[in-house]
Design a protein around this ligand. Sequence first.
Ligand SMILES: [Zn+2]
Ligand SMILES: [Zn+2]
Ligand SMILES: [Zn+2]
Length: 281
Amino acid sequence: MSNNPVYTYHEKQHFNLGANSRKRKIGIESIRRFDHCALCLSLARDAQITHRGIIYCKECIFADLLSQKQEIKKTKQLLKQLKQKRKEMDEGAKAVQRDEAVEAFDRAQRVGGGLSAGLKKVEKTASDTQNNTKETPKLPAFWLSSLQPNLTDKEALTDRIREMESTPLITMCRQASPTHPLALKDLHSVNLKYADADTVLCSGCDKTLSNSSTMFVTKSCSSLLCKYCIDTLYLPSLQCPKCDSKVDKEEDLIKVSVEGTGFAGGGGVMLKKRTGTIGLN
Ligand SMILES: [Zn+2]
Ligand SMILES: [Zn+2]
Ligand SMILES: [Zn+2]
């Protein structure tokens, strides 16, 4: 039931690879009709609309949110492990530092009287006789060399933790641009009224709707209504023209997102060129 001959089946499949890739976004923005699922790009089955107006198949968006939840769970577990490791490194480094300080103090005691006197002597012997250097190295060099690798590891670990924590651990609407948090409770059913596979009608006045229409979905009865029906019937009477039920307020309405149509309309030639490149790749 392809209504866009520019894209072959294989090209559509290609867009489906890599959920967040740039190629995929170009694909959606250039071809997705408002009533097509933003994930599988086919006519939305059991259509659901997000609170921000993007339409998905129920199955597609449920599966996407579930897989995100699983990823989040894994990330949380990994984060916990990394933090534990960093804690152990902290404790390990402190212990090493303590041991080395004690050892250095003992050394100093053996060589001379107090620590400072001992230190001077250690440095002196080290510079005087090079053969002796290994046995009595300068104290700062001795400390640094043993701690250096741990410091680097810990920095890398801290960077990794910071990076993981900077990404919010909540499910997102990944097809929205920019992406935003999305939970199951933000999804509402839409009853799309079709004249045929390519023609969606306003449930109030039967006008044909397209990506250039401004349209809304009622949360209370899941109807898709054109702007005219909303402005002249729905809002003045606060009554649904489809089912006649009374509605409380404007908050019942979700504006359908038709993002990308301006982009496709404005840069059709450029998009076709890009499409060619994508097809070749
Ligand atoms: Zn779908
Ligand atoms: Zn209408
Ligand atoms: Zn209604």
